[in-house]
Design a protein around this ligand. Structure first.
Ligand code: NCD
Length: 305
């Protein structure tokens, strides 16, 4: 198994800091990187819908001078004939230098990594993990706040199925002085395994609540999420819960002037478009940061110096 990125905790804090530093250098000196991956190919294997993640991976590789191939719909590949993830990974290893895979089943990118002879990056597996969104979030927080510790971070919405939340908690709980406020309805609370493996392991400071308005004045970061319709068994439950939190201008009146509002996107109703012009809204800057940090990750995993 070649080194890829399946879980954010495979990267040490030092490696994350290096990736952020590399992304910041790419932002400052893009021309230095324009040919770094000449002749290299990235395969994007997406078994689940995506806009930002797939296109930012592809844009990242193109800006490094490399090329891209792959599929954005599993039904157009041999998956429709019943091919396994393991066999697809072996096949794509013959054609590409690195794989980014998104899959509705938790663990599928790990199976791909165990069978591929090239690095595999998890671009989101079911309701489990999404390590490159976390790198995107960390770069965004670093650029906005110049630090990754000593903050109060509110995570709001679907904390049960929201894979970006699970990976972000894993990463940010390793930095000193962070306090997490987990804001969700009872049915969408953080899964027990995240508590056992991350939050309750030692000195991670967190509380759970169902009220956004009450806690908003304390926050340095507000990480909003969409209710993950596709992971619900009952459509009626989704409809009942989908609009639990809507970040109105009125709620933001009590927030800190230097709050940073993040969202992995796509958004539904939880952030109305009227918020976009608020200087605290960072979610479209976050999209652009996603391309730069993926450039840094591709360079690292392909061992390009
Ligand atoms: C997220 C995802 O796919 O988990 N989107 C993304 O990658 N930017 C969040 C979501 O779909 O809600």
């Amino acid at each position: 198994m070649r080194r890829g990125l399946i879980d954010i905790l495979e990267l040490s804090v030092e490696e994350i800091d290096e990736l952020i530093a590399c992304a910041e250098d790419i932002i400052a000196n893009p021309e230095k990187y324009a040919d770094k991956c000449r002749g290299k190919k990235l395969a994007t294997l997406f078994y689940e819908p995506s806009t930002r993640t797939r296109l930012s991976f592809e844009a990242a590789m193109l800006e490094l001078g490399g090329s891209v191939l792959g599929f954005s719909e599993a039904q157009s590949s041999s998956v429709a004939k019943g091919e396994t993830v393991a066999d697809t990974a072996k096949t794509v290893s013959c054609f590409a230098d690195i794989i980014a895979m998104r899959h509705p089943k938790e663990g599928a990118p790990l199976v791909a990594a165990m069978n591929a002879s090239i690095p595999v990056i998890n671009a989101g597996d079911g309701g489990h993990n999404h390590p490159t969104q976390t790198l995107t979030d960390l770069l965004t927080i670093k650029r906005e706040k110049r630090r990754l510790g000593n903050m109060t971070i509110g995570l709001c919405g679907d904390l049960k199925f929201g894979r970006t939340v699970h990976s972000l908690l894993a990463a940010m709980s390793r930095y000193e002085g962070n306090h997490f406020i987990l804001i969700s309805p009872d049915e969408l609370k953080i899964p027990e395994y995240v508590k056992v493996e991350i939050l309750d392991t030692g000195n991670v400071s967190y509380i759970e609540t169902d009220g956004l308005k009450q806690v908003i004045p304390e926050l340095d970061i507000l990480y909003m999420t969409r209710v993950q319709r596709e992971r619900f068994i009952s459509e009626a439950d989704y409809v009942r819960l989908k609009d639990t939190y809507i970040l109105t201008p009125d709620k933001l009146k009590d927030a800190k002037p230097d709050l940073s509002i993040l969202h992995p996107l796509p958004r539904m109703n939880e952030i109305p478009a009227v918020i976009d012009s608020d200087p605290r809204a960072c979610y479209f800057k976050q999209v652009l940061n996603g391309k730069y940090i993926r450039m840094a990750l591709i360079l690292k995993l392909l061992e390009v110096v």
